[in-house]
Design a protein around this ligand. Structure first.
Ligand code: PNS
Length: 163
């Protein structure tokens, strides 16, 4: 069983993440989408909400599982018996952080490989941060995110405006 984990904040999942995931799902027997419970990062959706949105968005991919993790990624990878970590690379600007993180993870767990996959170019400019900003300001995000995420963003910002 060749297993990979695809970790991230996924706040929320975008079509770019899904594109990278479907590429990874073709390469591995199983891919675990691993939602980081990162206390230091300010998030729009709770970890439970992010996991639910991922589960709905990935249900067409039979060899994908969704989980959340606390603590070090390398520890979660070890527990999950994953051989590789998948990360998406959109542009050169992603590279520096990803390179640093991959080398840190390698020094903590030399057996774990980092694998970078490029999303289709139509998704290369999409980020969760920008999608949130567009949605918050009332813009159209249906091209960038799955339907369940679009609905969740609308509901969250409508509730915030009403509050
Ligand atoms: O979607 P993101 O926010 O770019 O994902 C970053 C993430 C969650 C993959 C990264 O912050 C992470 O692996 N966090 C877990 C803590 C950890 O292992 N840190 C040491 C490696 S830098």
């Amino acid at each position: 069983m060749l297993r990979a984990i695809y970790p991230g904040s996924f706040d929320p999942i975008t079509n770019g993440h899904l594109d990278v995931l479907s590429r990874a799902a073709r390469l591995f027997d199983e891919v675990i989408m691993a939602v980081a419970i990162n206390q230091s990062k300010q998030v729009l959706f709770s970890v439970e909400e992010r996991v639910d949105l991922l589960k709905i968005s990935c249900q067409h991919l039979p060899n994908v599982r969704v989980a959340s993790f606390n603590g070090l990624l390398v520890d979660f990878a070890r527990q999950s018996e994953a051989k590789a970590v998948i990360r998406g690379l959109r542009a050169v600007s992603d590279f520096e952080f990803e390179f640093q993180m991959a080398l840190m993870n390698r020094s903590l767990e030399p057996e774990l490989e980092a694998l970078f996959l490029m999303p289709s170019e139509e998704y290369s400019y999409i980020s969760s941060r920008m999608v949130k900003e567009v949605a918050r300001l009332g813009g159209e995000v249906s091209r960038f995110v799955p339907k369940c995420v679009e609905a969740a963003l609308k509901a969250r910002f409508a509730a915030q405006r009403g509050a």
